[in-house]
Structure formats: structure tokens, C-alpha cells
Design a protein around this ligand. Structure first.
Ligand SMILES: Nc1ncnc2c1ncn2[C@@H]1O[C@H](COP(=O)(O)OP(=O)(O)OP(=O)(O)O)[C@@H](O)[C@H]1O
Length: 644
């Protein structure tokens, strides 16, 4: 008894844990009072599960097919966690930290960091596919966080297996939109007690960010309100999030929202938002949109709220208002997929490129679309397919940037049943094969890893694809459309993109113009207004002028969202969008970011003017020179300057 008291007064967790190890070895039981309560309970469970200190670590990974399947089943979690893991890994690079993501059963999905730097055999058990449950590895941060469902730090000898007592590990659970356990994020460094608290804060911050990202992506079609009692915490990982449906019913909340509102998830979920805010959802949403945020004085707390996510069907939300236009479903559907004629209607140069692309695709020439984000690359790809000879065959789109690097190959080429021990029954048909006879759209092709570019080139040359793991080759008959926002020629120059592949993909190149240089803004506006159900609505000249001056970094996608918001603000019977219907933050953005006002943009504007005029004159340089009152030589010189 006196011994325990003494060691508690001069508590050193590592020494305490070492003593607890010695006692356990001597007595065969976990001694009480030596370890922190969470660790003691975990040691008890480990012992009960039959794990012993000296048990070897499991270092062999499962078969490749199981690994593929594991990653495939957790693709969303992996992609949402990737940026946070990357950030964490850079932050702890100096400390030789390894960042680990595991699933809800403590099986490792992904590891960042150089395990050789940890200089310990134990690090070789930190590979994807290896399970770190308490049953397999005794007390460890991943397995214990899964059991406890809360953050855990395990330092040195607090681990159960001798083989991992050289590590300090900090894990925190990652929860899904309904509070269910999705996985665990962990930071493993060499054992020391000094930094572990700092590690915990960093890991928790990263885990909250991942959860918030998952939350936002899960409720893409709903309104998401972000809030906090302190404004400086808005837009941070600690903000509360609530997703509501079109009737204003709470669909889900994140952990921080429950803490801020001091209520459990069960108490709040499925309740009307009015029960919390005291305001009808329509009033609240309209206020949030109009004022860029509101402060709510609730009974026991002040909440600063922002509308984080704008529901696509906002007009449906303000359902008491008459719909602005009553186009038939069919009309709506057809306007959802503009034709290439419509896309290029008032843009001769684009129209010509699109006509050539359609001819090309019908003769099996690949098409390469290039344009900034939101310029309509996917819209064009679909239009080309819909009007091609393959229109009744599949259109398969793959975003190369959204798939984890290790999975792109199996995603594109598939793998065979029996290709690997334990491979999935029926294997997996790759996207190439899915698109056979139809069109394959490879978006963000500029992000394809170099190693895979070689394989892609081979497939395109041979027009055959063999699933991973060998097996029969399948003849391919596909139209290929690729897209990128990157400058592929620069990537080629930098050796980041294979030159031979570039020429293979660039059968017909189509440059999609940025919105700021398009001469058909009015036509696009009327098209987009129809798409958002407001075909009879006009746009005030002053707003049009502002739109013409603005640089539109998000291009057509951004314009579409601005119009949706403006339409939602129209009062009943109102038929004109004026400056009053634009949100304050967009008006600020307009004045700060008009392309004629930006520093250093005179040259850009000049070149845009030349390009625009060239478009209008269908590429005729003499006509352009005459229209602008400058010489042909000046036009060539300025275009060369731009290229340089
Ligand atoms: N010609 C068009 N007419 C009407 N809407 C369009 C047109 N082009 C694009 N859009 C709309 O703009 C948005 C962005 O289009 P899309 O996804 O095709 O762009 P993208 O260039 O592929 O973007 P990213 O590079 O970010 O993937 C979509 O909502 C789409 O409906």
C-alpha cells in the first residue's frame, strides 16, 4: 500500500507502467492503481483475450485483392482523410512521425511517413491491411480507441506488446454523420512523454476536420448551417454543423454541434430546426443568405451562424412561393444536358472546335478538353457522347484526381477473380471494360501518376485491356474523352506527363474558354435561368455590367450558384434580378475581383480582348486587326507575348 502511495506521489507514467509489467509477469494479473484507468481497463481486456507481452507482431499484409477491397470499401474516408493526413505528416516530419488511418475495426487503411526512420522492427507491423485490434495486439492506441470510442494516448511501456513499447501513439476516433464509428486517426512517434499532449491536439484537430469534410460531402443536396458561440471559431474544425432538409427538419449534427447546444444527438436529430432557433426555416435560411450570417440569441447561449452549404433546390425550400416558371419535366431534362450546338451557339471558335470534336469522336479520335474549373468540361463530354454514334451505349466518367493513387489501376483496368489469393468473387470489371462500345471520360487526366500513364498508353495503342493479375485480354472499342484544368504542355516539359501519351490523347483538342473571356454571357445567363426554373426573369443592366467586369474564378459553376441565390431572393411576382438580390459577400467579391480592376491585369484584359475579337471574327486576323484598329503584326506579337 505504502509503495503504491509513494509511486503515485512521484508519478512517472513510464516507470509506473514498467512496474506494472513486472508485477503482471510475477503475479499473472494486472496490478491495480499503477496505470491510468483507461490503460488498466485495456490491459485487463488484452490479458482476457489471451495476448501476452512477448507475443510477436503481425507483420504480414493480407493478399492484394483483400487490400484493394478494403481500400475500395473505405474510399470516401480515405479521400476525405488524405489532405489532413498529409498536413499532419508534414507537421511531424521532424519527429519522424507516422500518420495512420485505420477503419472501425482498427485495420490499417493508409500510412504516411517513413517507417524506416522509426528504426524499429515494430514499424513493419504498421502496414495497410494489418489489424491492430486489442485482440490481436493488446493495448495500443488504434485498438483501444476503437473499443473506448474516445481519444487515447499510449506511451512506451503502457503498450501491451513488448514489440511496441518503443512507440508513443495518439489516436482519436473519426465519427460519421450519425455519430457512428468510421475509423481512427493515429500519430505514432518514438516513445517520449514530453510531446504527446501536443500530438493529441494535432490529431484531434485533424480528425474533426475529416469529420466535417465527410459531413459536408454527405449532405451536398441539403442546407448546412455552421455555428459557434464565438465568431472566431466559425470555419474552424470546431464549428458546429447542422444539416436540414427541405422542410427544415434536422437530418444530422456533428459532435461539436451537440456540445455547443448541450444536447445529445438523439434529442436533436429529426427535430424541426425551429425548435432550436425559434425561427421558421424559410426565414432563417433567407436571413442567412441575405446577410451572410446571423446571430441568434437563444435561451442560454448566443450562436453565430453561417450558411455553409447552399441547397441546390433552394427554390423548393421557399415552397410557399409560386414557382417562377413551370417548364415541363422534359424541357427541364433537355436543358440539363445542353447540346454542343447550344454550348457553342454564340461562340464561333468554340462551336468550330466542338464540331471538329464530334466528327473526331465519331471516327474514334480521342478528344482532349482543357479549361479552368467550372468551364463545363464534363458538360461538353456528355454532350459529345449524347450526340455521337455511341449515344445509346454507356458513358463512364472517372475522375483521376479523386481516386487514391494506389487504386486508379484497379479502377481503370479491373482485376480477375482468383487473380490473387482470396480475390473478390467475380473479380472487378474495370472502367475501360464498363465503357466498352460507349465513351470513357477521364477527368483530371493531368493528375494521373506517371507509372500509370505508361499502362494507359499501352492500352490505347493495343486497344486491348487485361485485368490486373493477368487473364484474358478484352478487345476495346471505346471513344475516349479526357479533360484537365492543367497545362499539359508544361507538365510534359516538366517531365510530369508523358509526351507520347499527350499526343495519343490529343486527337482533337478543345480549349474551353474561361467565363470572363466568353462573349456569350447573356446567352449563358438565359440558359442558366431556365435551368434554375426562372426562365421569365431578366437581369438588370447594372448587374449585367458587374457580371461582365467580374473575373469569375469559378466560371459557369459559380455563375449558376449566384443566379440560384438571386432567384431565391426574388419576391413573389418579381421578374428582375437587381443588385438587391445579390448576397453581400458576392457584391464585395465583385468589387474586389473585377477583372478590369485587378493589379497586373491590363495585359490580360488586352489579350482577352484580342482573343474575344478573334473569336467573333472566326479566327480571321486581318478582320480582328481592323476591328481593333491595330496592325496584324501587333496582334501576332501580343499573342506571342502571352504564350511566353
Ligand atoms: N454550357 C453550359 N450551359 C449551362 N450550364 C453549364 C454549361 N457548362 C457548364 N455548366 C454548368 O456549370 C457547372 C460546372 O460544369 P462542369 O462540371 O462540366 O465543369 P468542369 O469544367 O468539368 O469543372 P471541374 O473542372 O471543376 O470538374 C455545372 O453545374 C454545369 O451544369
Amino acid at each position: 500500500m505504502s509503495y503504491k502511495l509513494e509511486q503515485r506521489v512521484f508519478s512517472d507514467p513510464l516507470q509506473d507502467a514498467q512496474r506494472a509489467r513486472e508485477r503482471l509477469l510475477l503475479e499473472g494479473e494486472v496490478p491495480s492503481g499503477f496505470l491510468r484507468a483507461q490503460i488498466e481497463a485495456s490491459w485487463q481486456r488484452s490479458l482476457k483475450a489471451g495476448v501476452r507481452f512477448q507475443d510477436p507482431l503481425i507483420t504480414s499484409q493480407p493478399p492484394m485483392a483483400d487490400l484493394f477491397e478494403l481500400k475500395e470499401n473505405h474510399q470516401t474516408l480515405l479521400s476525405m482523410a488524405a489532405p489532413e493526413m498529409d498536413h499532419l505528416s508534414k507537421q511531424f516530419n521532424r519527429d519522424k512521425g507516422m500518420v495512420i488511418l485505420a477503419n472501425e475495426k482498427a485495420t490499417i487503411l493508409s500510412v504516411l511517413g517513413d517507417k524506416r526512420s522509426l528504426n524499429n522492427a515494430g514499424s513493419y507491423a504498421l502496414d495497410p491491411g494489418i489489424c491492430w485490434s486489442e485482440e490481436t495486439h493488446g493495448t495500443n492506441a488504434l485498438g483501444t480507441a476503437v473499443v473506448d470510442g474516445k481519444p487515447v494516448m499510449i506511451n512506451g511501456t503502457e503498450h501491451f506488446l513488448d514489440g511496441v513499447t518503443c512507440f508513443s501513439c495518439t489516436s482519436t476516433p473519426i465519427k460519421g454523420v450519425n455519430g457512428q464509428l468510421l475509423g481512427v486517426l493515429d500519430l505514432t512517434t518514438e516513445a517520449n512523454t514530453q510531446h504527446i499532449q501536443g500530438n493529441m491536439s494535432a490529431v484531434q484537430l485533424a480528425a474533426r476536420s475529416i469529420e466535417n469534410r465527410l459531413f459536408i460531402s454527405h449532405f451536398q443536396e441539403q442546407a448546412i448551417i455552421a455555428f459557434h458561440s464565438r465568431t472566431e471559431y466559425l470555419r474552424s474544425a470546431w464549428q458546429g454543423l447542422i444539416a436540414i432538409d427541405m422542410e427544415g427538419k434536422i437530418l444530422a449534427l456533428n459532435e461539436q454541434a451537440c456540445q455547443l447546444l448541450k444536447k445529445s444527438r438523439e434529442q436533436l436529430q429529426h427535430q424541426p430546426i425551429e425548435a432550436i432557433t425559434g425561427q421558421s426555416p424559410t426565414v432563417l435560411l433567407n436571413q442567412l443568405l441575405r446577410n451572410n450570417g446571423v446571430t441568434l440569441q437563444l435561451r442560454n447561449i448566443v450562436l453565430h451562424c453561417e450558411l455553409l452549404h447552399f441547397p441546390r433546390q433552394l427554390t423548393g425550400f421557399t415552397s410557399r412561393r409560386e414557382p417562377l416558371s413551370r417548364g415541363t419535366e422534359k424541357a427541364k431534362r433537355s436543358s440539363d444536358h445542353p447540346t454542343i450546338q447550344k454550348i457553342g451557339a454564340e461562340h464561333p471558335r468554340l462551336a468550330k472546335a466542338l464540331r471538329m470534336a464530334l466528327k473526331g469522336i465519331n471516327h474514334d479520335l480521342p478528344v482532349l478538353l482543357n479549361g479552368e474549373t467550372g468551364t463545363g468540361k464534363e458538360v461538353v463530354a456528355r454532350a459529345l457522347h449524347n450526340q455521337s454514334r455511341r449515344c445509346d451505349k454507356p458513358f463512364v466518367a472517372v475522375n483521376c484526381a479523386a481516386i487514391p493513387e494506389g487504386l486508379i489501376e484497379s479502377e481503370l483496368f479491373g482485376y480477375r477473380e482468383g487473380a490473387f489469393t482470396g480475390s473478390r468473387k467475380g473479380g472487378m470489371v474495370g472502367r475501360f471494360q464498363q465503357a466498352n462500345n460507349g465513351t470513357l471520360f477521364l477527368d483530371e487526366i493531368g493528375d494521373m501518376p506517371l507509372a500509370l500513364q505508361a499502362r494507359l498508353l499501352r492500352v490505347l495503342q493495343e486497344r486491348k485491356v487485361a485485368p490486373l493479375g493477368g487473364g484474358e485480354e478484352v478487345d476495346l472499342d471505346i471513344a475516349l474523352i479526357c479533360a484537365t484544368h492543367r497545362d499539359i504542355k508544361t507538365l510534359v516539359k516538366d517531365n510530369a506527363f508523358r509526351e507520347d501519351l499527350y499526343y495519343r490523347l490529343n486527337g482533337v483538342g478543345v480549349q474551353l474558354p474561361a467565363l470572363r473571356v466568353r462573349s456569350d454571357l447573356e446567352a449563358l445567363l438565359s440558359d442558366l435561368l431556365t435551368r434554375v426554373g426562372a426562365s421569365g426573369v431578366r437581369i438588370h443592366e447594372e448587374v449585367l455590367d458587374m457580371f461582365r467586369q467580374y473575373s469569375w474564378p469559378g466560371n459557369i459553376r459559380q455563375l449558376e450558384m449566384v443566379l440560384k441565390a438571386a432567384v431565391a431572393f426574388l419576391d413573389e411576382g418579381e421578374k428582375e434580378i437587381t443588385i438587391d438580390h445579390l448576397t453581400d459577400d458576392f457584391i464585395d467579391e465583385l468589387s474586389a475581383n473585377s477583372h478590369s480592376g485587378r493589379a497586373g491585369t491590363i495585359k490580360v484584359t488586352e489579350l482577352e480582348l484580342i482573343r474575344n475579337t478573334l473569336d467573333q471574327c472566326e479566327g480571321n486576323v486581318s478582320a480582328t486587326a481592323a476591328a481593333l484598329g491595330i496592325s496584324r503584326a501587333t496582334i501576332y506579337r501580343k499573342l506571342r507575348e502571352y504564350d511566353a
